[in-house]
Design a protein around this ligand. Structure first.
Ligand code: NAD
Length: 273
């Protein structure tokens, strides 16, 4: 049901997945179980979310064959550096209860520490060993990607960045597209804050007999983004994957394009340490 996208190394990733930021471990188990039941096959967690164990328990209990799942986790900032990265990865893998992860991301570049190149070299080792099927980054500005492209050998498969109608990131998307890096949108629903009440989005939702969240997810998919909406509410978990039975037209897409305010909800990647 969810269309696949092919990453630059040939690995296939569902274009829509399930995010678990800010979900406590026990609740993550229930939410991931509900998501797998609803048909999601891609799960996005991170070491710093503190819910890799709950995510892993839900995956193990689901009965979904491992090869049908796509599990992403992320290395936390404190674990950057070559050796620390290898230890951080072992800890994540063990908490998840898996033999490999599908996608491993550097969570933030933390440029002030200048360790992301060494960190990425450890990612390349994990990739060469087959312990991760694809490696990538998160919150990388083009200038940091440029350094990785210059100083390392494996082109990141993904850059996961804040992206929603109020922060459409046209320059980053173009930069990624030119280099074969998939753009993955975090906080795709704008964290469910004011975005879902914006009159233009509500009007498009009414026109299609859909919800504002479904319209925003559809906009991402039609732009080519990978999306990972989060919810712990079973009805919304189902609603957020039920976005393949309609399409936005050119007028709808133009109305949403006009909402860009270049406004972040989250942190500025240049200053996170
Ligand atoms: P989101 O944009 O997915 O919004 C989630 C919130 O929107 C929910 O908590 C809920 O309040 C609301 N919501 C969800 N579905 C809804 C619906 N159908 N109708 C109405 N309201 C709805 O926000 P997010 O959790 O920040 O981002 C999604 C995922 O992205 C995270 O869970 C995480 O996996 C990832 N993420 C990554 C980073 C990073 O630095 N790499 C940062 C933030 C988030």
């Amino acid at each position: 049901m969810v269309p696949p996208i092919t990453l630059n190394n040939g690995v296939v990733m569902p274009q829509l997945g399930f995010g678990v930021w800010q979900v406590p471990d026990a609740e993550a188990e229930t939410a991931v179980a509900a998501a797998l039941e609803a048909g999601y096959r891609s799960i996005d967690t991170a070491a710093v979310y503190g819910n890799e164990e709950g995510t892993g328990r839900a995956v193990a209990a689901s009965g979904v064959p491992r090869e049908d799942l796509f599990v992403t986790t992320k290395l936390w900032n404190d674990d950057q550096g070559y050796d620390a990265t290898l230890r951080g990865f072992d800890a994540s893998l063990s908490k998840l209860g898996l033999d490999y992860v599908d996608l491993y991301l550097i969570h933030w570049p933390t440029p002030a520490h200048d360790r992301y190149v060494d960190t990425y070299r450890a990612f390349e080792k994990l990739y060469a060993e087959g312990r991760v099927r694809a490696i990538g980054v998160s919150n990388f500005l083009p200038e940091y990607l440029e350094r990785l492209l210059d100083e390392t050998s494996v082109v990141p498969a993904v850059n996961q960045i804040e992206l929603h109608p109020h922060l459409q990131q046209p320059a980053a998307r173009e930069y990624h597209a030119e280099r074969g890096i998939a753009t993955e949108a975090w906080s795709p629903l704008g964290q469910g804050k004011g975005l879902l009440e914006v009159p233009a989005i509500v009007a498009i939702a009414q026109k299609h007999g859909r919800t504002p969240a479904q319209v925003v997810l559809r906009w991402h998919l039609q732009l080519g983004n990978v999306v990972i909406p989060k919810s712990v509410t079973p009805s919304r978990i189902k609603e957020n994957i039920d976005v393949f039975g309609f399409s936005l037209d050119a007028e709808d897409l133009a109305a949403i394009s006009a909402l860009d305010e270049d406004r972040r909800l989250g942190s500025d990647p240049a200053t996170v340490n």
